[in-house]
Design a binder for this molecule. Structure first.
Ligand SMILES: [Zn+2]
Length: 539
């Protein structure tokens, strides 16, 4: 009887804790996603308020400043805008200029560095991929030096894992290969229309907002340090439209319809030089922007291991003010990713309040400019404020979606490293199951800030609330991605299960404690595609 009473009291305490922890977590979301912060776009007063908030919370908790001379790590960015009335595109064939209509035939991106004019030959290189492990090379036998590589934006019919496919198809990786082959620019031709049944989230790493209620066109933002720019050396970055494609293909013996038929039939594509040259005139306005990551450190307790660091990250920025939907123009980003930053704050607080200090140190980072292409995390991973080779893991939270009670956590990267075992054990402590990503073709493992660490060899994990196939939870999550993701309705009015978020935070806390206390550093599994980055990272 006495024991039962004791147990009931313990259960009551836990329930009460979850309720108050949930409220506190939500209070951070309420501040960060308030209309007053105007969607936290980089280099706006709203973002600065968010920075000040996180800094104040870190200070209140008692984290040590982990930035440069304080909690902030300055991140220098560059804003690039094409000067529209100084742009010109034309095809030059047999000495005659065939003008192209901007936007209708092709669109130039400010990622291209051209400031002036060039006439440049173009080569169509199929899918534009080079995948040595699959013995697939669209570039073989072609001289790309001084030319624009034109490729079709569609998945190649090559038998590789989703991880490999998304890695080699990423803008940075593609360009690295094309640049090495001597190309001076890229142009994409649209693939066949996607089947309407597949709702694809626009990748964070791509500036495109296709499929979402596109915010107003925004300047291209890149890291100021050219060494850290994925697309450095790209003079021309161009998207050819459906209408424009046949103008570019004219005289080659191929049409867009023929290429699409080959793609639909999963056949290899022909490769050929395009007829004539492309004449481009462009002027880019470049402006420096200063932003910042916010970094707080909870020092470990072990004399030796405290010099190693477990990173917990989430992105502080969102997309700001944009096109109004139902009269609302503020893209609050409550789930994307005020929710993750709120968890960073809460987990830091729980860690500090827990009776046992972890052996390794834990670095809590709210990164900037994720929505511009993972820029803040890329900067932190390249120029960390703690020694890079002492960073043992990144635990990243981006839009974990506590839209219903927590039964199972979907873990991105579950089977890639020893962190998978750690998260299994941590979830078990809280009575939660784990599952792998149910939609691997969305490639979420490389689509948020954890990828900046993965790319440099650091084992990482990311998370979502999981679901059973065919369940009500699955419907809720799919509807959210379709109706709320990157829309003004990702705000404070949506139904959020704050107690489920608090339980999730408890799992993340248990995970951090495990990783920080384990005798061994996390390791990539031998079977993991991503292991190669650990081998090639300059430690
Ligand atoms: Zn996000």
């Amino acid at each position: 009887m006495k024991l039962q009473l004791f147990l009931l009291t313990v259960i009551a305490l836990v329930i009460q804790d979850v309720a108050s922890e949930g409220k506190r977590w939500w209070s951070h979301v309420e501040y960060l996603a308030d209309d007053a912060l105007e969607g936290r776009n980089v280099a706006t007063p709203g973002f600065e308020k968010a920075v000040a908030y996180v800094e104040a919370e870190f200070k209140k908790i008692g984290l040590a400043p982990g930035g440069i001379g304080g909690y902030q790590q300055p991140v220098n960015l560059e804003s690039r805008t094409l000067i529209q009335d100084k742009l010109k595109l034309a095809l030059v064939r047999d000495g005659a200029e065939e003008p192209l209509t901007l936007r209708e035939d092709a669109t130039l991106s400010a990622r291209g560095e051209l400031n002036g004019s060039i006439d440049v030959p173009m080569v169509f290189v199929g899918y534009g991929l080079s995948i040595p492990e699959a013995e697939w090379d669209d570039l073989a036998g072609f001289d790309l030096r001084g030319k624009i590589a034109v490729y079709v934006n569609a998945p190649a019919p090559v038998a590789v894992s989703d991880n490999v496919r998304s890695h080699v198809s990423s803008a940075g990786e593609r360009w690295a290969v094309l640049k090495k082959a001597g190309a001076v620019g890229i142009a994409t031709i649209p693939g066949p229309p996607a089947s309407p049944s597949t709702t694809q989230e626009p990748a964070s790493t791509a500036p495109s907002t296709a499929g979402a209620a596109a915010p107003l066109p925004q300047p291209t933002i890149v890291l100021a340090d050219a060494e850290l720019q994925d697309q450095a050396g790209q003079l021309v970055s161009m998207t050819i439209s459906r209408t424009g494609a046949d103008k570019f293909l004219a005289g080659s013996g191929q049409t867009l319809a023929q290429l699409h038929a080959l793609i639909a039939g999963k056949k290899p594509l022909p490769r050929f030089p395009l007829v004539g040259t492309l004449r481009v005139e462009a002027a880019v306005k470049r402006e420096p922007i200063q932003s910042q990551n916010v970094v707080g450190i909870y020092e470990g307790s072990d004399a030796r291991l405290k010099n190693e660091y477990v990173v917990m990250s989430a992105h502080l920025d969102h997309v700001g003010i944009g096109r109004a939907v139902n009269g609302d123009a503020i893209y609050n980003g409550a789930m994307d990713d005020a929710s993750g930053v709120a968890s960073v704050i809460e987990v830091a607080r729980l860690l500090k309040e827990s009776s046992v200090s972890p052996k390794r140190s834990v670095v809590f980072v709210a990164v900037t400019a994720e929505e511009k292409g993972l820029l803040g995390s890329k900067y932190f991973a390249a120029r960390p404020t703690v020694p890079f080779d002492k960073i043992v893991a990144d635990i990243n939270l981006d839009m974990f979606l506590p839209l219903y009670p927590l039964k199972v956590i979907e873990v991105q990267g579950l089977t890639e490293s020893s962190l998978g075992e750690s998260v299994r054990a941590a979830a078990k402590e809280v009575g939660v199951d784990v599952q792998t990503d149910r939609e691997p073709n969305q490639n979420r493992f490389i689509r948020s800030d954890q990828y900046s660490f993965i790319r440099r060899g650091v084992p990482s994990l990311a998370f979502k609330f999981g679901y059973e196939a065919g369940s009500q939870e699955e419907k809720i999550r799919r509807d959210w991605v379709r109706d709320v993701y990157h829309k003004p309705s990702d705000d404070l009015k949506q139904p959020i299960d704050v107690e489920a978020a608090a339980r999730f935070n408890r799992v993340i806390l248990a995970l951090l404690q495990r990783v920080a206390n384990d005798a061994a550093r996390p390791q990539w599994n031998d079977t993991s595609f991503f292991k190669r980055f650990a081998a090639s990272a300059s430690h």
